[in-house]
Design a protein around this ligand. Sequence first.
Ligand code: FAD
Length: 462
Amino acid sequence: MNEFVEHLIVGSGPGATVYAKNFSNLKLDYLVFEKSRFYLQADIVPYSDVDLKLRYKNQGVTASVGNVIINYAEGSSVGGGSEVNSGLYHRIPKILVEYWSKLLGRDLVEEGLNESEKFIETWLNVTPVDELNKLAERLVIGSRRLGWDCISVPRWIKGGVKQSMVEIFYRDNLANLRFGCDVVNFKKTKEDLFLVSYMHEGQLKYIRCKYLFLGAGSISSPMILQNSYRGRLFSKVDGLMMHPSVKIIADFGESILEREEVPNVQVKEFSPEFSLGCSISTEPYVGLFLSSMGKLNDLDYFDRMGIYYAMISTNTMGSIIRLPYTDPIVRYDLSEDDFGVMRRALIKLGMVLFEGGAKRIMLGAKGTDWHESFEEFESNVSKLRMSSCDFMTIHLFGSLGLSRDSGDFGFNAFGESRAFSNLYVCDSSMLPTSPTVNPQGPLMVLADLNCKFFLRNRNYVV
Ligand SMILES: Cc1cc2nc3c(=O)[nH]c(=O)nc-3n(C[C@H](O)[C@H](O)[C@H](O)COP(=O)(O)OP(=O)(O)OC[C@H]3O[C@@H](n4cnc5c(N)ncnc54)[C@H](O)[C@@H]3O)c2cc1C
């Protein structure tokens, strides 16, 4: 007889870990299956080549196809994206609390939104960070001169250590974690249980469970669903959303050292339409940017350079197309309207960088060069073609958006499957729309509300 566990959570990213934490508090019978390996924060130098190799899906080389190519990055180790991300925390923006409540037919505040926020913020040790490194300082100076709203975003950090899921949960809860377990698919048994198949050490194995929670991330959770429906060899899940971004490198003409981590400053003057911020600007990342522009010789001046991004919020949806026995094709077409917003965002980013003291800036787009004046830069961005930009994203969400009518792949407002009883979604794929901010905070809060709803329905006191 196959092993049985009452609650099986697939994946160990932030959404999944909220469920694991709640189950652990109540001493429920649960297991977390994570396909990748386990590392402590202290084991790996962040943003190094080893980091890319060990903690990113496909070493960070993943892209969507469509009218533009968008490189996307996903974390892939115990803790998922929380292990590699920048640790920038946002609540669900107020305007979205109302909008999501309406969309989902729930009253999120009435259900305990404030309590969930407090719980998540205490657990993650969300802390204001006021120190500015030189990269951030330039954005702040530019914003101040332009009279723009520029905020310092709090981080999940304690004693200098990023409070990733490994640090706040798994390192002390190893008994319920099985890593190296890659879930393939599931089916219902006659006893109304799930029979879940997974690969472990090169072998196909099985486990039964009563309740199944998909927390494998915005691309893999739909994949597991697709793998589990018969006769859908080339099935498609529409609904994948993202925050596309384009980068600009700025040369400030003087040394700007202290650049080891992603600064926590963001220009919110134009939010929710778009945000501007700083990217990781260590020598390898500056080198990568310059080499993709054919300007590697400028790496001699590396210490003067910083990389910044313009990121748009959009509800444009792409598709995850299943291929048998391999990763899916991710298809995403950026709309003309989205690109219009991106153009405006890039022009504003150029403006704030020149105001912040940049001597010259260069856009992450084919066929562009250094611009030494804002006017020249603006004129070039106005003529920019969509296909020439180097798009990337680290924010994927919404592929199984709650309450959306996606046929068999649909989930209701609380993350319960419409096709199968006792099947739930708990990761970023459940976000109903773009969170318009970095998604981990909003995702964890929504996951906590849904998990508590699940537990209350089973008469647990939470
Ligand atoms: C470089 C980077 C920087 C970021 N910075 C920020 C930030 O500062 N602030 C913020 O809010 N957000 C940030 N994000 C986004 C944030 O990390 C994600 O939104 C979040 O991690 C998504 O969580 P999730 O629950 O969907 O699961 P994920 O983090 O996607 O984790 C899913 C996990 O499931 C595992 N898995 C996949 N398939 C299977 C399977 N078949 N079987 C078992 N396990 C499986 C994966 O290995 C992975 O560990 C960043 C992301 C990246 C990549």
